[in-house]
Design a protein. Structure first.
Length: 310
């Protein structure tokens, strides 16, 4: 079975943890212990988030004033290499030496006229108090929005249209390689007026890009791994309920928070609608149960009628 796993940002860095290489590696190691369980008998492609890492590189770059800060597309490419390296190494330490792994820098085309460029909404980087957020917005021209009792920078999040490296990913899979790609939603690129491809100051949603990746790879299953065991209705309310199974048409009508579960639900629904194959939102710790098709996570499929809860 060909499986695409989209690792949530919590697999790399949890809220409140220091932005250190040691903290990230420790989390990657834990994630890889679970990913290794999904490998026997399957082809595996791993995507991942990169928001805190991009934000950290931007802050470090801003400290050196001799040159202009690097744009987000370049920072995205840097984090794809850094995180891919950690995943490759930690996963490789758990697998037989002959198992090939590869990290592929992944360019993703977006539409220059996407309305997202007129309404930045994607949080990136660390959180700030109000005074620091106001200063950064004033000095750097950033768009800032509240994040709980703090603030974060927000950037455009256009829809992914095409993954340029999809053929090399397929070639690697056909050779038995575990592929790490589309990190952070891929490197956002647009065609300029002269049809020259160039990067753009934006961040593509990791889950939506993973759904496109899974679709273009003809994957049998999309797993959206997060820090909860399922998608919930009335989350954090006394009557909260976990969704066990759902048809995408019914699930998409429920309304989920844009900054958390919303993109995951939309990604799962897109993949299920476009391919007729299942997507599951759930905990990485239940990866074996998810792959086996047992009662784990929220399974989204056009073969399901309505919505069932557990």
């Amino acid at each position: 079975m060909r499986i695409v796993v989209a690792l949530g940002g919590n697999a790399l860095l949890r809220r409140g943890e220091p932005l250190t290489a040691e903290a990230q590696r420790a989390n990657v190691r834990k994630a890889c212990e679970q990913l290794a369980l999904a490998i026997p008998g399957n082809e595996l492609v791993i995507a991942h988030g990169n928001g805190p890492q991009v934000g950290l590189l931007a802050l470090q770059g801003a400290a050196y004033t001799e040159v202009s800060p690097y744009p987000l597309d370049v920072l995205g490419a840097q984090t794809e290499g850094m995180i891919g390296y950690m995943i490759e190494q930690e996963l490789g330490n758990l697998l037989p030496a002959e198992q090939p792994l590869a990290t592929l820098l992944t360019q993703v085309e977006v539409d220059a006229d996407d309305p997202a460029f007129r309404a930045p909404s994607k949080p990136i980087g660390p959180v700030y108090d109000s005074e620091e957020a106001e200063r950064l917005a004033r000095e750097k021209g950033w768009s800032i929005q509240p994040d709980g009792d703090k603030f974060r920078r927000v950037v455009p999040s256009p829809d992914p249209k095409r993954i340029f490296e999809i053929r090399p990913v397929k070639w690697l899979l056909e050779r038995g390689t575990i592929v790490i790609c589309a990190g952070g939603g891929g490197i956002p690129t647009v065609y300029a007026g002269d049809r020259r491809l160039q990067g753009v100051e934006a961040v593509i949603d990791k889950d939506l890009c993973s759904a496109l990746l899974a679709e273009q790879l003809d994957a049998d299953l999309l797993v959206i791994a997060t820090d909860v065991d399922a998608a919930y209705v009335d989350w954090h309310a006394p009557g909260q309920r976990a969704i066990a199974t759902a048809h995408p048409d019914h699930l998409s009508k429920l309304g989920f928070a844009a900054g958390s579960m919303g993109p995951k639900v939309e990604a799962a629904c897109r993949f299920a609608r476009h391919t007729g194959k299942p997507a599951v939102i759930g905990s990485l710790g239940e990866i074996r149960a998810i792959i086996s098709g047992s009662d784990a996570g929220t399974r989204v499929s056009t073969a399901i009628q309505g919505i069932a809860y557990r």
